[in-house]
Design a protein around this ligand. Structure first.
Ligand code: 1CP
Length: 367
């Protein structure tokens, strides 16, 4: 084990290196990695987007008085928050505790995560000159990640750690709007009105996210998820023309690690095939499209992830039970299925309900 860890650590700090490091050996036969690779599994693996966070009282206690972005740079705190849901829910994978804007903060962009709001950028991006502020982070800029992932892989044993990053479009939407948005008016105004500047911005963000993911993979993450949470705001033709090339660049940049690449967005029913085509091994599906129909749209050769409506957890258990079983039925016979919610765990979610869902998925899908 220590020998394996030593070998892995020697890869740390070389994002973009041509050497394939593969999936951390201890996790290669896990249900999660096997499902991502469309191999037979003993049971359907399950994890929850945003499983590490506000729904857990132990998270709120640990975070007391520590700003969100500060917590992301303290390796011991990151490791503990990442492990909390694994202990509590018995999920089949951990997701690295961080945020999609962490690499932007690490290169000195003036931004904050405001409680109850989300990322807020002091000076929004609007012109060519703003590109100069966006340099690609070095492994040294992100050394706290390498350290946290090392702690985590030692603790997690056979449980895979999923690294993640923000897709260029979703990151650009925060940079251009200056914060969360419903309509993405400024973002789309740049996409339609200054397509070359928009392309240059997304291309730079692709390099930044590729560096962020590479540091996590080099340190020992077994898979990565690219969150294009807000891509569903786009028509397919605009996604293909203006957004897909940058997302494809990110996914290609980490292909040599040999780790499964998951690609997720909300409201992306019309984009599922394109999100697969961008280079994903697993396409995340929100709750609006049943998984059998999603798989049909995506086509063969990819696994799917999803897609219980995250609001179902607020209904009585009978309804949760029925909806969970329906997701499993929809996925029955597909090449590969990772059970998840259709989007993140809401802060008001009862952790006990999530624990029961994990138990139910494991029980119903046992083969
Ligand atoms: O004070 C707090 O606790 C802040 C709440 C919080 C948390 C717990 C934010 C602010 N980010 C996070 C952690 C986080 N962010 C994780 C943790 C790992 C896990 O999944 O358990 C992840 C994966 C993210 C990724 C993220 N950040 C996304 C993509 C995922 C998604 O949910 O679509 C997005 C869009 C963000 C931006 C962001 N950061 C925080 C908030 C509230 C938001 C969304 C704001 C908006 O609505 O636009």
């Amino acid at each position: 084990m220590s020998e394996e860890r030593g070998a892995r650590n020697s890869q740390a700090g070389s994002p973009g290196s041509a050497e394939a490091v593969g999936v951390r050996a201890a996790t290669a036969q896990s249900a999660f990695i096997r499902a991502c690779r469309r191999e037979p599994v003993p049971h359907t693996p399950v994890w929850f987007m945003r499983q590490a966070g506000r729904a857990l009282p132990e998270y709120r206690k640990l975070r007391e008085g520590v700003p969100m972005l500060t917590s992301c740079t303290i390796p011991e705190m990151v490791a503990e928050i990442t492990l909390q849901p694994v202990r509590r829910y018995g999920v089949d994978a951990a997701i690295y505790f961080s945020d999609i804007v962490v690499p932007l903060k690490a290169i000195g962009i003036d931004l904050d995560i405001k409680p109850g709001v989300g990322p807020v950028i002091e000076k929004p991006f609007r012109t060519e000159a703003d590109l100069e502020r966006l340099r690609v982070p070095t492994p040294d800029d992100l050394s706290f990640i390498t350290e946290a992932v090392r702690i985590l892989t030692a603790e997690l044993g056979p449980t895979p750690l999923i690294g993640f990053g923000g897709a260029p479009f979703t990151l650009a939407s925060y940079l251009i709007e200056g914060g969360p948005s419903r309509s993405y008016e400024q973002t789309k105004a740049m996409m339609y009105g200054a397509p070359q500047l928009f392309a240059a911005l997304l291309d730079r963000l692709a390099d930044i996210t590729a560096a962020f993911l590479s540091v996590q993979l080099s340190a020992g993450a077994s898979a990565v998820q690219l969150f294009d949470s807000w891509a569903g705001a786009l028509a397919p033709v605009d996604y293909r023309t203006h957004v897909m090339p940058a997302s494809a660049k990110v996914l290609a940049a980490v292909a040599h690690f040999g780790a499964p690449r998951l690609h997720f967005g909300v409201g992306t029913g019309e984009l599922l095939a394109l999100m697969g085509e961008a280079g994903a091994d697993v396409v995340g599906v929100d709750w609006r499209v049943p998984l059998d129909e999603a798989a049909r749209r995506i086509g063969p050769g990819k696994a799917v992830q999803g897609n219980l409506d995250p609001a179902v957890v607020f209904a009585p258990w009978e309804a949760v039970d029925a909806a969970t079983r329906r997701v499993l039925r929809d996925a029955d016979g597909l090449e590969g299925h990772v059970f998840n919610l259709g989007h993140g765990v809401g802060p008001q979610t009862d952790p006990d309900v999530l624990a029961r869902i994990v138990e139910l998925v494991h029980e119903v899908s046992a083969r």
